[in-house]
Design a protein around this ligand. Structure first.
Ligand code: AMP
Ligand code: MG
Length: 332
């Protein structure tokens, strides 16, 4: 039997546990997601409490549905950062206790890199420019000179949080992205600020303006449509320049916002015009999930990365993508 890895995810809303084997076969992928009260965003201490309450249950479910026993687990991997410190602490404490009890090595995995690695595994893209668009994150990333480098990113809030912020103002329920996508259908264009600065992006001013326009009587449909068109055109522009700069020929879309069909369409059109390929990570592995942590743990362990010292293991809440060593990728 190949190596069995248990992955644990807890950076924000989702507490997840998953089991995969050394060939990248996913044996299970379980999660329980914290839901803020109506009209509220995520309250970090409440999310931590949620994660602590569900952790054992979710882990046992992941092991059970994978058809393995605790003794079959060879390594444990957890999401060490970046993320909200209270949420990360829940994952760290749970994973360290488990690694101690089972006497197994514990690998610390970077959440953003894990999104890319599961994306490569699932889409078979080899060396893509990645658009990682989730609640908190908006980054355009490519592997260059031995690391994943961030070519462009948001200077304020992530695109998902921008959609959620507008959705709250519009009276939708969380998560707001899918409702905005639905409402936007058949809308017409009204002007909104388009904010690309070099390779970086800014979304909070657009949300302010969209909210103001809604309150001033523009139709919800037109505002939703224009919000999507503006924000998605901005990220598509930055991806295109990253493709041109790196000379790469593939684009990977991941993170919760990558579920949006209009985003995939816009990026797809741009790629076709340049002769590049684009692919969206399947929904289950696109949202925050523990399968991606398990798989990246396998890659890191197999490449000889050292497990964490359980006495001194810490969270890395601001761990940047370009600080992560990637010994499993060997490219000239
Ligand atoms: P994540 O942080 O990766 O778990 O993704 C959650 C974010 O994805 C939330 O901000 C959602 O509003 C957003 N989201 C989910 N589905 C869609 C969609 N169809 N269109 C746009 N955003 C979405
Ligand atoms: Mg994420």
């Amino acid at each position: 039997m190949t190596m069995i890895c248990l992955g644990i995810e807890s950076t924000a809303h989702t507490f997840g546990a998953a089991v995969c084997d050394g060939s990248g076969k996913m044996l299970s992928n379980e999660k329980d997601t914290y839901k803020p009260k109506a009209g509220w965003g995520l309250v970090p201490m409440d999310a931590r409490k949620h994660h602590e309450e569900v952790a054992s249950h979710v882990m046992l479910k992941a092991i059970g549905s994978a058809g393995v026993n605790e003794d079959d687990i060879d390594i444990i991997a957890f999401s060490q950062g970046p993320g909200l410190p209270p949420c990360l602490h829940a994952g760290l404490n749970f994973s360290v206790d488990l690694a101690r009890r089972l006497r197994k090595p514990l690998m610390g995995v970077n959440h953003c890199v894990a999104h890319i690695e599961i994306g490569r595994l699932m889409t078979k893209l080899e060396d893509p420019v990645t658009l990682y668009v989730s609640g908190a994150n908006t980054q355009v990333i490519a592997h260059v000179a031995g690391r994943y480098r961030v070519f462009g990113e948001t200077q304020d809030i992530g695109i998902g949080n921008a959609l959620d912020k507008f959705g709250r103002e519009a009276g939708f329920e969380f998560p707001h992205g899918p409702k905005i996508e639905e409402k936007a259908k058949g809308g017409k264009w009204i002007g909104l600020p388009y904010v690309v600065k070099g390779m970086d992006l800014s979304f909070s001013g657009i949300v302010t303006d969209a909210t103001r326009k809604l309150k001033n009587g523009e139709s919800l449909r037109d505002v939703c449509f224009s919000l999507q068109e503006t924000m998605f055109a901005m990220v598509t522009e930055v991806i295109e320049r990253a493709l041109a700069h790196t000379g790469k020929g593939e684009v990977l879309l991941t993170g919760g916002v990558a579920a949006n069909k209009r985003l995939a369409e816009m990026v797809g059109t741009m790629c076709r015009e340049r002769g590049a390929r684009s692919s969206v990570v399947p929904w289950e592995y696109c949202m925050d999930n523990a399968a991606m942590i398990a798989w990246t743990g396998v890659l890191a362990h197999r490449a000889g990365q050292k497990p964490l010292d359980l006495q001194n293991a810490e969270i890395l809440s601001r761990w940047r993508t370009d600080q992560v060593e990637t010994p499993w990728i060997q490219r000239p």
